[in-house]
Structures are given as C-alpha cells and as structure tokens.
Design a protein around this ligand. Structure first.
Ligand SMILES: C[S@@+](CC[C@H](N)C(=O)[O-])C[C@H]1O[C@@H](n2cnc3c(N)ncnc32)[C@H](O)[C@@H]1O
Ligand code: SF4
Length: 367
C-alpha cells in the first residue's frame, strides 16, 4: 500500500462586508459588481499549478479562510471541493473548514454548506458583549452571533468560534464571565486571541492601547485555567479543543507539514523533488486575478530556515517539536530554567514558557 504524505490546502477569499478596525488580514470590502465565475476560473488555475507535483500526497484538510468566505455563493465552494476531489488523492476523513461571519444571511447557508461537504464551521463571534462588539467595529450584535452559533451547532458536528479578549479596560472578572458563558454553549473548539494592535490597522492609527504585560499574562493564565476546567485544554497558544476536535488544518501548519496556499496573498510550504519551497501568491486580488502564474514568490528554503520555521510553529503547540529538529546548543539551559520541558522525544514550552515564546526562540537561535 502506498503511504502518501499529508497535504493541507488553504483557500483565501479576501473580501468582507466591511473592514474591521483591528484587522490587518489581507481583506477588503467586497465590490458590488463581482463576477464570481471569473474568480472561480482563476482559483482553479491557481490550483492547477501544483497538480503535476501532488502524486505522493494525500489531502487531509481544506480550509476556506479570509476575509469572509461565507460571502461566497455555495456553488463556488462546491466547485472547488469537487475540483480538488477530482485531481488530488483524498484522505477518508478529510476535514473541510469554512470561516463564517455570524450574520443571519450567512447562517441561512449553513445547511447548504454542510450538504456540499463542509464539515467544520469556524465562526467569528469575537465577543459576547454588545459594547465590545461595537468597539471592535463588528456589524453583528451578541444576539445575532449566538443565533448563528446555535444554527451552526445544530447543523455541524464540528464547530469552532473565535473570541478576542484583552480589550482596553477589560478586567479579569469581565473576561472570566464572558469566557464561562462562551463555554456554556458547548462548542468543541474555541480560538481565543488577545487583541493585538497591528500596524496598518485603524486601531494602530487611533493608537488604541491594550492591557499592560502583567495584566495580559494574568488574563492568559485565567483563560487556560477556565478552559482546562471545562475540558477544552489549550493545544496551541490560542486554540482550545475537546480531545479529538483539534483542527487538522491548523495542526498541519504547526507540525510543519506541507500545505498549499491558494488565493490572493496566500502562502504555502510545499516540497518538490525533496526541496521545501515557500510559495506566496500575489497580494493584490485584482492583479492576482489577471496573472497566469499566481505565485509572486517561490523560494527554496535552506536547512537553517526550515529548522527555524519548524521551531517557531511547533513550540506554539503543547505537543512541541521532536528534540532532534531543534538546535542543541542552548537547549539544556532552557530546560533547566523551566522554560522548556522534555516530553518523550519532544521538547515543548512549559506553562511559564508559553508566555515567553519569543524569548525562547531568540535564545534557541542565538550564537
Ligand atoms: C482571518 S480572521 C477571519 C474571520 C472572519 N472574517 C470574522 O471576522 O469573523 C480570523 C480571526 O482572527 C482574529 N483576529 C483578527 N485580527 C485580530 C487582532 N488584531 N487581534 C486579535 N485577533 C484578531 C479574529 O478573531 C478573527 O476571527
Ligand atoms: S476580522 Fe474578519 S470580517 Fe473583519 S476585516 Fe478581518 S477578515 Fe474581514
């Protein structure tokens, strides 16, 4: 029996109903006159580039991310799933995730999406407080968010939702209450992100300030305590799941497996003839649309770059990285200081270390 290597496919749809002030993802307001058939053809063309090289691979996950891919008509998503199914080897329990914003028009599509093969829903709830939602510039209320979540949980057996915390002025008590409410809806997966102020976002221009380091660390620790008690322990810095509901797609990044990035600004890591390539697609969606070869970058990574990337990704997870993949020079001092821990053949961050990942990485790779 041929054992094929796992492959994940990320498909980026970079348009949203409106642009949120904290977000610096490659996303912009959707044009009114968009012709989906032209875009579909170009997504297929972007996939075509990789087809000559995929014989040894088996697709384990497809992730429609954004932007807001729930704005896409269902036939568009169905066509892409069918196209991938036709040309690639697929794993039996293939995970197909779609990111959705919680508006009622999008929730109406959930059943259709499930019927065409989407089996995991990731909802951008962002907050369970109307005041915070307003601050975050979201165009939905708490009630609409919860309605979409209820619909999602009814229709999909695998649901995740995103919340943003560590907002300005947010107390530990307020966040603990919000998180406990979030857990009461019994979604098997949660992504909990501390608000970061990204250069290029409106929040950056408005000089919005987030909680100081010490409060941010306490909010983080509290988050881990509450989620662990509820059975949704963290398996990555910001991701929590019931055992067995960890995202196959996101784990593929953190385990440094190969993935294709399809769509404007998407990037991928994909091995051709034993060499790991870093691909990046053209960022501007309208230029991307016109290119025959959508890859604006195709770089072969050196063994040093591979080692660094593997550590950066792997140390974000509780399973960590195989010790043999890490530089050995500073490992023992990081272990003896309790920032890293050895678990069988793997090295992972300790609970204290998870708050200091950047420091750990800079020490691991220092001379
Ligand atoms: C690529 S976005 C797409 C989700 C979807 N468009 C939505 O907004 O509901 C993925 C997630 O990243 C998180 N995110 C984006 N910008 C962030 C920021 N500056 N700080 C913290 N989390 C952020 C949000 O929780 C968001 O749901
Ligand atoms: S957070 Fe989501 S909806 Fe808001 S701009 Fe970013 S990708 Fe679009």
């Amino acid at each position: 029996m041929t054992v094929r290597k796992p492959l994940s496919i990320y498909i980026h749809w970079g348009f949203c109903s409106s642009k949120c002030p904290y977000c610096d993802f490659a996303s912009q307001k959707i044009p009114l006159d968009i012709d989906f058939s032209i875009w579909l053809k170009e997504y297929k063309r972007a996939i075509d580039f990789f087809i000559p090289f995929i014989e040894d691979y088996e697709v384990q996950s497809i992730f429609f991310g954004g932007g807001t891919p729930s704005l896409l008509p269902s036939y568009f998503i169905e066509e892409l799933i069918k196209y991938i199914s036709k040309h690639f080897h697929l794993r039996l329990n293939l995970e197909i995730t779609l990111e959705a914003n919680p508006s009622s028009s999008e929730a109406k599509k959930f059943r259709e999406l499930r019927d065409i093969g989407v089996n995991r829903l990731s909802l951008g709830i962002q907050s369970l407080s109307d005041i915070s939602l307003k601050f975050l510039g979201r165009i939905h209320t708490k009630e609409e968010g919860l309605e979409a979540l209820k619909q999602g949980l009814k229709i999909f057996s695998n649901v995740s939702f995103d919340l943003i915390y560590a907002l300005p002025e947010q107390s530990i008590k307020e966040w603990s209450k919000e998180l406990s409410e979030a857990l009461s809806y019994q979604s098997p997966h949660l992504s909990l992100y501390q608000l970061s102020i990204e250069e290029g976002s409106e929040f950056f221009r408005r000089k919005i300030e987030t909680p100081k380091e010490e409060l941010a660390a306490r909010l983080y620790e509290r988050t881990w305590e509450i989620t662990t008690k509820a059975g949704l322990a963290a398996y990555e810095v910001s991701n929590h799941a019931l055992s067995g509901y960890e995202s196959i797609h996101n784990l593929s990044y953190w385990r440094y497996q190969d993935y294709l990035g399809i769509g404007p600004s998407a990037h991928g890591r994909f091995s051709i003839n034993g060499k790991k390539h870093a691909f990046k697609q053209e960022k501007n969606p309208f230029i991307w649309l016109k290119l025959r070869n959508k890859n604006s970058e195709d770089i072969i990574l050196t063994s040093q770059e591979i080692m660094e990337e593997r550590a950066i990704m792997g140390l974000r997870t509780t399973e960590g990285v195989l010790s043999k993949y890490l530089p050995q020079k500073h490992l023992s001092s990081l272990l003896s200081e309790g920032l890293l821990e050895q678990r069988g053949p793997n090295i992972c961050a300790s609970q204290k270390g998870f708050l200091l990942i950047d420091l750990i990485l800079s020490r691991l790779f220092s001379d």
